[in-house]
Design a protein around this ligand. Sequence first.
Ligand code: ZN
Ligand code: ZN
Length: 622
Amino acid sequence: MSPALRAALLLAVAAVATTGAPVARAAPPAPPEERNPDVTKAELVAWVKALSDDSMEGRESGEAGCDKASQMIAAEFTRLGLRPMGDGGTYFQQFTIPRGMKVLKETSLSAVAADGKETSFKLGEEFVPVDVSGPGDVTAEVVFAGYGVKAPELGYDDYAGVDAKGKVVVVLRHAPAHTSKDSPFSASANMAKHATFQAKADRAVEAGAVALLIVNDPATCSTKEKDDLKAPGGGATGKLPVVQVTWRGAGKRLSDVLGLGLAKRQAQIDGKVAPKSEALVGVRLHVKCALEADVRRVRNVAGLLVPLAPVAVTGEGPVAPSAEPKETVVVGAHYDHVGRGRFGSLANAEGKIHNGADDNASGTSAMIEIAGALVQRRGELSRRVLFLAFSGEELGLLGSKRYVENPLVPLADTVAMLNLDMVGRLDERLYVGGTGTSPIWPETIERIGKESFRTPIQMWPGGKAPSDHESFYARDIPVLFFFTGLHGDYHRPSDDWNTLNADGHLRVARFASLVALDAATRKERPPFTKCDAGGFEVGPYLGVGVDPRADGPYVAHVDDKGPGKRAGVKEGDRLIAWNGAPLPDSNAWNDLLSKAKPGDKVELTVERKAKKLKLTVTLGST
Ligand SMILES: [Zn+2]
Ligand SMILES: [Zn+2]
């Protein structure tokens, strides 16, 4: 048994075990031998449900749910008999992507009094390194520098008259008398300029400090809620250790050890909005920020379909099959999503699972079904077809960028790349991007569209768009991008399997499989043409997600900085009319929104607490 085959078999066993009983309701479809050779609706729906199941936890790159999805895809590639193209005979092309810095438990903070007595503080409870911190381990004398603010335009400088060079600087959080309207620091612009942790760190670096302690100031942080610590962090680029210290536990104690009388001193500074800095004698601070680069381990899934070489039968028996073709068509889709919304969520719903049914369980399932369909037709193929499921797309096309840097089939032999991203919500038209990247595309799309699709297709010529085909286009490979459009559930927890149009999904997947078949069988290799512009046309953006209820559409969520919020739309509003046109249901809503243009002014009538309100919204762009 070859190592490659053994690895593939082990992988298949592992994958089956992972996708077994516990997620029965999310099981992928039956093995291919029991299945319809064509792309089928039941199988697509089963795949979408499996990939967007809660147990996948929104498939954030590098998290367990995303790995589980990759196992499921690899298991299917095994069943389909695709050749594993990843590392060590597996289907996985592994790589790592940075996740920032991890704070190690060796991180410490202590004050050393003149008599050598040491007082230490508890990491996580009493102090944390903050995101502007760099790594470092220093022990040095101490300078108290007020709020750590230097604002010459306001005639204020906490560093005037003290020498912070080589010292650990202790400062207060916030800015002088910032809650009093008599203080220039009450203006939010001045707070933004002078009171951020970054600004305080920059001033400390300029003054030659070796570490910075930011103590939650007693005046603002006297309650438990306000005496909060930022998320612990740090980065390799931070120039010195920067830690934040709580007031109620650690700050008071620190103030006593340093002999600072911080509460009183703050009152003095705030009273006159005048600095009161001082070098502290006989006491030292030991600050150790132990930070380590943290990485996510992620993986693309890659399986190659090799044509069945024709075996000529002569009088002397079958002749050896001809050599495997080199030319290869790539069919790809990203399988990662935004997880629990730590990044990329438009719903302000961190913690909630963002299942990503349309984005992009729909494209991944279509890619898998296209693989199944082409396996049945491998006798017709004259080129190989590489099926690629990308990770890291939501973090900036990282999986496809990684792939083109380390291709598993030479890019020179890669004749075209077909990308499926959000293909589950076919409405009035299908969008096909990248049609200007080869002169053969418009005719191909039109011909196959007319024969087998029969829904209007809008072609976007450009090869650039915020999805994985762009990485291939950048390497002069003709690309196509299949897309059914943006919608109110995009990057929100509500992007669930039951919002998909299963019939439309089926038709798009079949259409794409025929385009892939055409690319893998046509005589001439598609020539490449450069075409940057117009690969992704923007649509109107309102920033309002809608809940379709029996008595009409209701506002389910409002984006934090969206036009809807600015116009005063609130969650729970019932949407009654759009520029006077009634909105009996969410279809009417979707219809009017999709026909609108960025920049349009729309008068929305909403019902809130039995009262009708008219709100004017200026639409943004997606
Ligand atoms: Zn996507
Ligand atoms: Zn996305």
